[in-house]
Design a protein around this ligand. Structure first.
Ligand code: PLP
Length: 400
């Protein structure tokens, strides 16, 4: 047989590099070492029992066949109502296409709207799948960065504006941001919306962490004037309800776009898991006490992590009000230890302490002008006791 020749586009396909770090952590654990898993944005908390019961009931009631490609009408209607309540939109079920997770919304948004050669603005540092999918489908990925704001990171909106050209068609925004936890102020939201309207951009609002907000409530950019008709919202059940492995999310937006996204569903997965959709109904409409408990646990972990990180010589870390990620500035700590490569630095930390985490380099190529070094710690998959032990070991290693 001749050698297999892969499609050209495969060369442009990226990966979610946090999973690579997970592999290294697993190898370290398999060699008999204790690992402190700060690397993956998964939760080690159980899905609330009412949701599990509901899935079980649905299975017993025969909710095991295909559903409509865009999902069961009951869940579409429920989600439309939920977003109208929390974002002030005027969606009906026709504005909702259920998806097997939030992630598929990224590629389906791009496939629906992006032609090869179109420029797409996306956050960098950012969720690595944006860049991967833009390039895979032949678009031009144009990064914009984050900046230090008032007690937290926010987005470099001046940089975003400067990067807009006549080829810019799409904008991806991930307010409540993975990996930095950057959060838009009211003024930032207004400015982003004004830019989108002025330059007639269509916008993917990745709201994966909209409900992981500790004090106060999230506000969506979709609520700004002119945004509902030009935005697709990425909604996911993964984080809010600790349902990462159930794989359920949705795309919400103008009916014209949702119809095409529905056609992509027909072509890709036919439909999302039937019984999971009924369980998701319960997630939204059922008892929210367990969801509050999840947030309480995460908040305690955040506070412990931030206090312990700031107690380490050479590290400084904000206390973000949302997501479950920390993005400490480790410039001094890294220089003190004599490292200039992230890969070597986090590899050495893993070997000496068992602490496993991601670095700036896992979230896109560093932008010109970036001088400081950052790591990303997720506290969603690690208990308080392990946080304390792991960060004590990190302190010992860095201050040695
Ligand atoms: N968007 C962002 C920013 C994320 O961090 C994630 C998951 O980590 C997702 C989307 C996708 O999540 P899921 O496919 O589990 O809904």
């Amino acid at each position: 047989m001749k050698p297999i020749i892969l499609a050209d586009r495969v060369k442009r396909l990226g990966v979610e590099t946090a999973f690579v770090v997970a592999g290294q952590a697993a190898a370290h654990a398999a060699a008999g070492n204790r690992v402190f898993p700060f690397h993956l944005g998964d939760l080690n908390l159980p899905t609330p029992p009412n949701i599990i019961e509901s899935a079980y009931r649905a299975l017993k009631n025969g909710k095991t066949g295909y559903t409509a490609n865009v999902g069961i009408p009951e869940l579409r209607q429920t989600l439309a109502k939920e977003l109208n309540r929390t974002r002030g939109t005027s969606y009906s079920k026709e504005n909702v296409a259920i998806q097997p997770g939030g992630k598929p919304v990224i590629s389906k948004f791009l496939l629906t709207l992006m032609n090869p050669g179109d420029e797409v603005l996306y956050p960098n540092p950012g969720f690595p799948i944006y860049e991967s999918q833009i390039q895979f489908h032949g678009g031009i990925a144009v990064p914009y960065g984050t900046v230090v704001g008032d007690g937290n990171f926010t987005f470099d909106i001046d940089g975003l504006e400067a990067a807009i050209t006549e080829k810019t068609k799409l904008l991806i925004v991930n307010d409540l941001h993975n990996p930095t936890s950057a959060e838009c102020s009211a003024d930032d939201r207004r400015r982003i919306a004004e830019l989108a309207v002025k330059h007639d951009l269509l916008v993917l609002l990745d709201e994966a962490y909209f409900d992981i907000h500790y004090d106060g409530e999230s506000t969506s950019i979709v609520s700004e004037p002119g945004m509902e008709e030009r935005s697709v919202i990425l909604y996911t059940f993964s984080k809010r309800f600790a349902m990462t492995g159930w794989r359920l999310g949705a795309a919400l937006g103008p009916e014209e776009l949702i119809t095409i996204i529905g056609k992509l569903n027909v072509n890709d997965e036919s439909c999302s898991n039937h019984f999971v959709q009924w369980a998701a109904m319960d997630a939204i409409t059922g008892d929210q006490q367990h969801v509050h408990n999840i947030l309480d646990v995460l908040k305690k972990r955040r506070d412990r992590c931030v206090d312990l990180l700031n107690d380490i010589e050479g590290i400084s870390c904000f206390r973000p009000n949302a997501t479950f990620y920390l993005w400490p500035d480790v410039t001094r700590a890294m220089t003190n230890k004599g490292f200039s490569s992230y890969q070597e630095f986090i590899g050495d930390i893993l070997q000496h302490t068992g602490v496993s985490m991601c670095a700036r380099s896992h979230f896109g190529t560093p932008l010109p002008g970036e001088t400081n070094y950052y790591l990303r710690l997720a506290y969603s998959g690690i208990d308080l006791e392990a946080i304390e032990e792991g960060l004590a070991r990190l302190k010992g290693y860095l201050e040695r």
